[in-house]
Design a protein around this ligand. Structure first.
Ligand code: COA
Length: 251
């Protein structure tokens, strides 16, 4: 049986078949560093083969879901390293999308940059009322006061933080979810979209009050975990591939 023991994430299996995967670098608002990306790859591979996991819930520890790629990781990388880290994120998130197990992103607080790209690779997003979602990459090379204070010391014309465009699938998945015009507005302004607006544009499926959030997310996951495993897989595949019907499992 898989032992889900990691440094930067936590995986907890809850009856009757909910796997809760928590990003666990709360001091850094769960920013994704190389270690976390590698652990996510490993955990998703293992969870998709784990008969105990019928649905996966993604969440963040502390006050945010995820503030994006760890900017200290990208600052260390040269041009080639950045290309590789973009490819690594894309490979990981594409693999999530291809998984048989359904994935729900449970978003509270900040969900920015790579954090939103991670949530978009899940099958759908549920938000807490305090959630703020955005792709602020373009602001990393913007003029003050739009530029985040964490990157303030750098040179906007040589953005060592990789502040050009979202690199982990955002420009593909965001317009698929919200349409091209809303995606364009979000990406060009780098603005943070509050939960209620995310709901209106179809980025979030539901918004729950902060104090009912966890319970509401788990209630939905619990309902899904009561479904027949083969039929969960069948239905996810039908939607992903745009098929009308596949041969049902004999059971
Ligand atoms: N990478 C690395 N560290 C990050 C981070 C990131 N993307 N986002 C936040 N952190 C760290 C901060 O450096 C800080 O660490 P420290 O206490 O050791 O200094 C800690 O998380 C808390 O962040 P802080 O900025 O103090 O919180 P805040 O509430 O004032 O602001 C944000 C929160 C999210 C608005 C701000 O942190 C921010 O703009 N982060 C960058 C977001 C971003 O551009 N992401 C896209 C990257 S592709």
């Amino acid at each position: 049986m898989t032992d889900y023991s990691y440094e930067t994430i936590e995986v907890q299996l809850v009856d009757p078949g909910v796997a809760v995967l928590t990003l666990n670098r709360p001091d850094k608002l769960n920013a994704v560093n190389l270690k976390m990306m590698m652990e996510l790859r490993e955990a998703f591979r293992a969870l998709d083969d784990d008969q105990r996991a019928k649905v996966i819930v993604l969440k963040g520890a502390g006050r945010a879901f995820c503030a994006g790629a760890d900017l200290h990781w990208s600052a260390e990388l040269g041009v080639e390293g950045r290309v590789e880290s973009n490819r690594l994120g894309q490979k990981t998130f594409n693999a999530m999308e291809q998984m048989e197990t359904p994935i729900i992103a449970a978003v509270h607080g900040y969900c920015l940059g790579g954090g939103l790209e991670f949530a978009l690779a899940a099958d759908f997003i549920l938000c807490s009322a305090n959630a703020q979602l955005g792709l602020p990459e373009i602001t990393l090379s913007a003029d003050p006061p739009v530029r985040p204070k964490i990157t303030e010391d750098g040179d906007p014309d040589q953005p060592e933080f990789g502040g050009q465009a979202p690199g982990w699938g955002g420009p593909k998945r965001l317009p698929e979810r919200v349409g091209k015009a809303h995606a364009m507005q979000m990406i060009l302004t780098g603005e943070r979209v509050p939960a209620e607006r995310a709901l209106r544009i179809g980025l979030a499926n539901e918004v729950y009050e902060d104090d009912a959030f966890e319970e509401s997310v788990m209630a939905m996951a619990d309902r899904i975990a009561h479904m027949n495993r083969y039929n969960l897989r069948l239905n996810k595949e039908l939607l992903q591939a745009g098929y009308d019907m596949l041969e049902p499992h004999p059971r």
